[in-house]
Every structure is written in structure tokens, then in C-alpha cells.
Design a protein around this ligand. Structure first.
Ligand code: KG4
Ligand code: ZN
Length: 382
């Protein structure tokens, strides 16, 4: 079965053609990063307009790279939510219209479930090539960590109908304020570093001392598997405000605006050692928190497998720390490749494939949901 996936929940217009839920025949992502960069964050109205311009060419490009026509597609999978409503609607309405015109089945997919399936998809293909590789299996604990989400799930597999597996998700915790990627982006903005902040901080942190600034562990009342990053972001702000770091950030911002583009080495040259130390210390605190709570969840659920996915899963320190800590506990930790960690449509097609197998089709009443929690919440005393 060949599925056309469509994703437009935030600032990436994406389409992918995926065979049998695992072989990516084509995956095309049109990023709006440059459009939003000068605002230091995604501007929803601009995002929807850009999706409108890009959706048809991106779908065509995916089909042409896959060497398939729209008529040869067996089914469509579109992101139904959560996300920016205007952005979601563009992909969803386009997918619905296409399904109707082609007379093909359609499924709506939760974006977070898509991120989890990015791990499965690549692991299945990798294991076909090298069967000795560990299996990204179920049950597992999945951390979805991006610019819009930071959530922990206990994911289980069950036979939905006949031989086709369905998945059950229990939400163990989630952020109460900023998502981790959002905190990276906001800290980068307040330091005048540019957008998106995550990849910049990731690289700049290599030149700083992560222990130069002390940010204590983030304390959570109630559910210890919830997250909160706004306090840490404010703590960074207090270290900057009214100090030499603030004037440095303003100068850097003005330099970036005037220069138009800022190659990484030049950006680094415009950062004092103190700024580099602050960036490294902030990153260290975020990653320590993500790793600690995720491993605590894995222990509480008694699973041997951890999935880490979403844009922040590209972070090099996060990958390093997870690999080390999981190794010490005898856990297997899996990440998608960087291209599948950030938003893409292959993950939507892969998650949609299983919904199609279980006959979970959408009809023309399918609509977008800005907020759509995945699975059921569980209060845990872990
Ligand atoms: O999954 P994604 O493409 O979109 C959302 O669903 O939000 O994630 C984008 C987020 C941004 O906040 C970006 O700064 C962050 O992922 N990000 C990173 C890195 N690469 C992307 N954060 C930390 N380190 C990175 N290397
Ligand atoms: Zn995402």
C-alpha cells in the first residue's frame, strides 16, 4: 500500500510517499524558516499563507520524486492536529479534496503520533538491512520534544483488527508552559542569536562551559513527569538583563540585521566567552531535565525501550546524554535521523498506514484541531 502523507501543522509544508508504512519513496519539506526568522518565531498568519502557496507544488514534487502519479497512490494521510489552526487547515483541506477527487481513502493523523512513528519507520528499514540491530519495540516510553510539544507517553501495541497492530498511548506528563524547543528559541532570541534557536545553541554550546552558570534542577509540584521550562528561560533573562550581556545581545542583533545573514563562525566570533558559557549552561539544564524525567518514566513503566523524537531530538548533547544514561541502565534508546526528527510528512504517512489497515477512515467531516491530546492522561506517582 502506497500512502501519500501531508503535513502542515506549523511552519513546514511537507508531503511524502511511503510504501507499506516503512519505505520512503519520497519526502519533501518546504521550510518557512527564512520567512519567520526576522520575527524570531512563527507568525501564524504568514505561515498559513505560505502553506497555501506551497502545498500543491510540494505534493507534486513528492509524487514526481517517488515516480508515481496521484492515481497510483492507494490512500492519503493528513495531519489533523494539534498545531496552528490556519496551517493545519491548508494541508487537511487539500488532502480531503484530493482524496475526494481521486476516490481514495483518507485518514487523519495526530502529529505527535507521527513523531513517534518516525522512530519505528526508520528502525524497520534499518533492521531489514542489518537484522542484528536492536528493535524499536513496544511497550516503550516516548519523549516527543519539539518547538510546540514536550510530552512523555507510555506507548503500547495491540492487535487492532486481524493482524494489523494498533497503538495505545498513555500520557505520563507534558510541559505546563513552554515546550523545550520554544525555550531554546526564546533564549536565542533574547541573546540576539537568531532563529531557530535550537540548532544555533546546540553548536555554540560546544564553545562554552556548561557549569559556568548554575541552574538548579527544575522542581515540579504534583506530577514529577511534567515539564516546565519558562522558569529556566526567565532565569537566563535575569542573568542577562542590565548586564554587559544585554548590550552585547543588542549589538549582535543589530549586526545580524545589518549583515542579512550570519555564517556560524562569524556569529560565534560575535559572542563573548560569557555568552557562550551561558548558552552551554542553559542547554545543559534543559537536557539534564529531559533525560532525567524520561528515564524516570521508563523505570516507572518498566520498559526496556525509549523513543526520543521531535525537533529537539536533533540536539547533540541530548543524544549523547541519552545514549550514555540509557546504556548505564541497560535501556535501548532510539532517535529518528535529524531529517525525520523535525516535521515531515513521511512520519504522517507511516502513522496513517496503521490507521488505514485498521479501517479507521475519515469522511468529509474531518476537521483540524488546534489542540488534540494524544492518548489518555495518567496521573502517575512515579
Ligand atoms: O519538530 P519540529 O520541526 O517542529 C515542531 O513540531 O515544533 O521542531 C522544531 C523545534 C524548534 O524549536 C527548534 O529550535 C528545535 O526544534 N530544534 C533544536 C535543534 N534542532 C531543532 N533544539 C535543540 N537542538 C537542536 N539541534
Ligand atoms: Zn512536530
Amino acid at each position: 500500500m502506497v500512502v501519500l502523507g501531508i503535513e502542515s501543522s506549523c511552519d513546514e509544508t511537507a508531503a511524502a510517499v511511503v510504501s507499506r508504512g516503512e519505505w520512503i519513496l519520497a519526502s519533501v519539506v518546504a521550510s518557512q524558516m527564512n520567512l519567520h526568522a526576522r520575527f524570531g518565531g512563527v507568525v501564524p498568519e504568514l505561515a498559513s499563507r505560505e502553506h497555501l502557496l506551497k502545498i500543491a507544488p510540494v505534493v507534486q514534487e513528492a509524487c514526481s520524486r517517488a515516480g508515481t502519479s496521484l492515481q497510483q497512490i492507494d490512500a492519503l494521510a493528513v495531519t489533523e492536529g494539534p498545531g496552528l489552526i490556519g496551517s493545519l487547515l491548508v494541508g487537511l483541506v487539500y488532502g480531503k479534496a484530493l482524496a475526494q477527487a481521486l476516490g481514495k481513502p483518507l485518514v487523519g493523523v495526530n502529529h505527535l503520533e507521527g513523531h513517534i512513528h518516525a522512530v519505528l519507520l526508520e528502525n524497520k528499514v534499518a533492521r531489514r538491512v542489518a537484522p542484528g540491530l536492536p528493535e524499536a519495540g513496544f511497550p516503550n516510553v516516548a519523549l516527543v520534544v519539539s518547538g510546540g510539544h514536550t510530552s512523555l507517553f507510555h506507548a503500547e501495541s495491540e492487535m487492532a483488527s486481524g493482524e494489523s497492530p494498533g497503538f495505545r498511548y498513555t500520557r505520563l506528563g507534558q510541559t505546563r508552559d513552554d515546550a523545550a524547543g520554544e525555550a531554546f528559541d526564546k533564549v536565542a532570541k533574547l541573546l540576539g542569536l537568531g532563529y531557530p534557536g535550537g540548532p544555533l545553541i546546540d553548536r555554540l554550546a560546544n564553545y562554552g562551559n556548561p557549569h559556568a552558570f548554575t541552574f538548579g534542577p527544575i522542581k515540579m509540584r504534583g506530577n514529577p513527569l511534567d515539564f516546565s521550562f519558562s522558569g529556566l528561560k526567565t532565569a537566563v533573562l535575569y542573568r542577562v538583563r542590565g548586564t554587559a550581556l544585554q548590550s552585547e545581545a543588542e549589538e549582535r542583533q543589530a549586526w545580524r540585521r545589518a549583515a542579512g545573514s550570519a555564517p556560524f563562525d562569524e556569529l560565534r566570533a560575535h559572542c563573548s566567552q560569557q555568552t557562550l558559557d551561558l548558552v552551554a549552561s542553559f542547554q545543559h539544564a534543559v537536557i539534564r531535565d529531559l533525560v532525567t524525567r524520561t528515564l524516570q518514566a521508563a523505570e516507572a513503566c518498566g520498559v526496556g525501550c525509549v523513543f526520543v523524537t521531535g525537533g529537539v531530538a536533533c540536539n547533540s548533547l541530548l543524544r549523547e546524554r541519552f545514549a550514555e544514561e540509557a546504556g548505564l541502565r541497560g535501556l535501548h534508546v532510539f532517535f529518528p535521523s535529524p531529517a525525520l526528527s523535525t516535521d515531515n510528512a513521511a512520519m504522517i504517512a507511516a502513522a496513517g498506514y496503521f490507521k488505514l489497515l485498521s479501517g479507521n477512515f475519515a469522511d468529509l467531516t474531518l476537521t483540524a484541531h488546534a489542540s488534540w491530546p494524544l492518548g489518555v492522561a495518567r496521573a502517575t506517582s512515579a
